[in-house]
Design a protein around this ligand. Structure first.
Ligand code: AMP
Length: 203
């Protein structure tokens, strides 16, 4: 190896380009905010960006809401463009924690392309492992607390089916790349954060 080797995937550099994956209700959002703060990187939640657009009644928000309320995914082209512009912002240049993206194989390919353009790659995929029936209870409670229109039991069950069908297969893709670290998402919030921290330290 010569001094001209500029590999960015050296195990000595901290993991900073991250995904957090798991079914709806696994606690991704809560954990993403905590972990991102510790690593001083932005937590980028596509769901939050869509919800902000829904509240702001933007064109994107009106479109997104028609899918979100049914528990369906917003079309890939729309979602990919949104993430591409978010990743181009200054605060994401030294790292990011993507929460809720990618969710389809097409989004995986799009993200690969975006990162290749930026001359970088993913460091790790954090997977929160939870029991389906338990997360339904969590989501129903969240719906009541936060008034989320996609947190009714019927929509929740549909979102879990969509996850199993369209998003769970992504885990295999990242598994083959050796990026996946599994963490028990059924533990307490603090325990899950601690386990994620441990996973991040173990590269
Ligand atoms: P979340 O807050 O991550 O559970 O996302 C809420 C909703 O936003 C999802 O059920 C989808 O309708 C939409 N959404 C969020 N992220 C994506 C994505 N990567 N692709 C398509 N739709 C998404």
């Amino acid at each position: 190896m010569t001094s001209t080797d500029t590999s960015t995937s050296s195990s000595s550099s901290p993991a900073r380009r991250l995904l957090i994956v798991g079914p709806p209700g696994a606690g991704k959002g809560t954990q993403a905010v905590r972990i991102a703060e510790e690593l001083a990187i932005p937590a980028i939640s596509t769901g939050d960006i869509f919800r902000a657009n829904v509240s702001g009644q933007t064109e994107l928000g009106v479109l997104a809401k028609s899918y979100m309320d049914k528990g369906e995914y917003v079309p890939d082209s729309v979602t990919n463009d949104m993430v591409r512009s978010r990743l181009a912002e200054d605060d994401a240049q030294e790292g990011f924690l993507l929460d809720g993206y990618p969710r389809t194989l097409e989004q995986v390919e799009a993200l690969d392309g975006m990162l290749a353009e930026l001359g970088t790659d993913l460091d790790m995929v954090l997977l929160l492992v939870v029991e389906t029936e338990a997360v339904i209870g969590r989501l129903v409670a969240r719906g009541a607390e936060q008034g989320r229109s996609d947190d009714t039991e019927e929509t929740i069950r549909h979102r879990l089916d969509v996850y199993a069908e369209q998003t769970a297969p992504l885990i295999d893709v990242y598994e083959k790349r050796g990026l996946v670290r599994r963490v028990d998402g059924m533990a307490s919030i603090d325990e899950v954060t601690a386990a994620l921290r441990e996973a991040l330290a173990d590269r």
